[in-house]
Design a protein around this ligand. Sequence first.
Ligand code: KG4
Ligand code: ZN
Length: 334
Amino acid sequence: MKINILAIESSCDETSAAIISDGKILNNIIATQSVHEKYGGVVPELASRAHQQHLIPVVHEAIENSGISKNELSAIAFTKGPGLMGSLLVGVSFAKSFAYSLGIPLIDINHMQAHILAHFIDDPKPEFPFICLTVSGGHTQLVLVKGYLDMEVIGETMDDAVGEAFDKTAKLLGLPYPGGPLIDKYAKEGNTKAFPFPVSDMPGLSFSFSGIKTAVLYFLRDQLKGNPNFVQENLADLCASIQFTLIKMLMQKLKKAANLYKINHIAIAGGVSANSGLRAELQLLANKHGWKVYIPKFEYCTDNAAMIAMAAHFKYMKGEFCGLDVVPEARMKI
Ligand code: KG4
Ligand code: ZN
């Protein structure tokens, strides 16, 4: 009898369902919420409503497309946190009801652990211990990964997440939400050294990304006084300079962590790991320092249920289930 798990992700603004069978991902269905674009950021209330609308069709598609009937499911997994409370509640409530009606166990998953465990979906798989730089819209963490479910945060941001810095500076440039992928796109044509923005250096392995937002705000305010078309005329250089600064801040701490822990197996995870500049810089550092680096496939960088399913498989194998009284945790820690 195969172990078939249905996994649900609803922590922010993607509604996703995936099926994993004996550790192999069969599908990964994602419904992206476009409703937030015009507001320049995720509106929590609208996100929960959109999850309500999308969840059942997405789960239905995942089950249909897998060729496995719902009666062959061994467990239901869901994102317990961290994330937006209203969004998490939709996934948790659905998972509970479905597991209860089928009489099968429930598995609660930490979203940040799942981003890291996405590396075990395909080959090559990282060897333990490795360091993972997890970079998303809500988090920036350096994680020492000692085992599938044995992880320790060794550094994190003191203020904004790096994805937030991408999105907020993009907004200052007049780009729609989420601005991270657009900064990446325009940066390809720009000069990284055109506008030197300040690089913060926090103590130890801590990051800080709030300064760049203010630096870009004041810089643009001054430039726009002299030339109202400054942003349009310099968009590629602005994007390249902002991206270069953010990547520099990430890489300086990653190098520090690798030296401190004497680990040369390095992974990146989370939405910002889709950034082409970050991927290229990591590859350069790998060649320079002899690191073995693990860069996830694009579809497993941003939020998806396949990573929740992968994490659920490891928890199922250890017999780690949760009760029907489980509640979401918006600020869940690794
Ligand atoms: O992991 P994720 O999908 O959701 C959270 O858990 O936050 O990450 C979303 C973040 C957003 O801030 C988005 O702008 C950023 O990832 N992102 C990127 C790129 N693709 C997504 N940032 C820079 N370059 C990209 N190519
Ligand atoms: Zn995420």
